[in-house]
Design a protein around this ligand. Structure first.
Ligand SMILES: C[S@@+](CC[C@H](N)C(=O)[O-])C[C@H]1O[C@@H](n2cnc3c(N)ncnc32)[C@H](O)[C@@H]1O
Length: 270
């Protein structure tokens, strides 16, 4: 993982929230919320909460009287989450690294994390942190993106960028968001961290966007792919966005765009 892969800051959080969340994250947030609500937690923790897509879905699915701590490494992401969340005294927002959780032992009934595990440099260590803050009968609910080939628009965007940077194409999407999806590896990492009761399933959905331009802006400017493009040539960010838009338009037409997305969803208990 490159140093900038985990940095969601500057112009990224706002574009991420406005363009990318409705395109690919909201639908999986609803799935996580259903799974969390099925456990009826009284106290729960969210890791890598980002701009709060899951937090909003989970908060809407849970009753009064619960306690919900929502965390992320990057404060600029949480700042947007706080703005977007209606007043809710059940929720505490807190900056925290998933690799070093600042909580006591056996505190939470549920820990959830949407599309965050791929960013942890050492997953066994991160899962160990989760296990230590979970109660003995608690559940860890999380998801990761499946192979990039099963996530059509992101795959097409990644290939399109090879035209602009033929010698050194940006590989953020392949390396990090889509770089941790082997179910055997995920299961082994969880077992090494002390989880025993593990279920893993594949979940396909359809992503939708109003236009090819929306897709290109979301992916090229609302993720750390932006930093990778700018590191090659900051003056080419718009050209990169345009080439992705043109590719998506050629394949999907000038109007609304649809594409398959696929994730791996995991529930694990100690
Ligand atoms: C793809 S976003 C997912 C955000 C949110 N869960 C959602 O569904 O929209 C990945 C998130 O992981 C966060 N992140 C990266 N490394 C992290 C770490 N070590 N600990 C906690 N969060 C981290 C980033 O700040 C970013 O908000």
């Amino acid at each position: 993982m490159s140093d900038t892969d985990k940095v969601f800051a500057g112009s990224i959080p706002k574009i991420y929230d406005e363009y990318l969340v409705p395109m690919i994250f909201s639908v999986y947030a609803e799935d996580i919320a259903r799974r969390v609500a099925a456990r009826s937690p009284a106290v729960l923790l969210e890791i890598a909460a980002g701009t709060g897509a899951v937090t909003r879905a989970v908060a809407a699915a849970l009753p009064r009287g619960i306690r919900y701590v929502a965390t992320d490494l990057n404060e600029p992401m949480l700042a947007i989450a706080v703005q977007r969340q209606a007043d809710d005294d059940r929720i505490t927002w807190r900056q925290a690294d998933g690799m070093a959780l600042p909580f006591g032992g056996a505190e939470f009934d549920v820990v959830c994390c949407q599309f965050g595990a791929m960013f942890f440099p050492d997953r066994v260590k991160a899962y160990g942190e989760v296990k230590s803050v979970l109660k003995r009968d608690g559940t860890f609910v999380f998801n990761v993106w499946d192979r990039i080939e099963d996530n059509v628009l992101t795959h097409e965007a990644t290939i399109a960028l090879e035209k602009l940077f033929p010698d050194d194409p940006p590989r953020f999407m392949v390396r990090t968001p889509h770089g941790y999806c082997d179910k055997t590896v995920i299961r082994t990492d969880l077992e090494r961290a002390g989880f025993r009761d593990i279920s893993i399933e594949t979940r396909s959905e359809i992503s939708r966007a109003p236009s090819a331009e929306h897709v290109a802006l979301a992916l090229c400017q609302g993720t750390p792919l932006r930093s990778e493009i700018e590191a090659r040539d900051a003056s080419k960010l718009q050209a990169a966005t345009d080439i992705v838009a043109e590719t998506i338009r050629t394949r999907h037409g000038a109007g609304a765009v649809e594409g398959k997305i696929q994730a791996v969803v995991i529930e694990a208990r100690p």
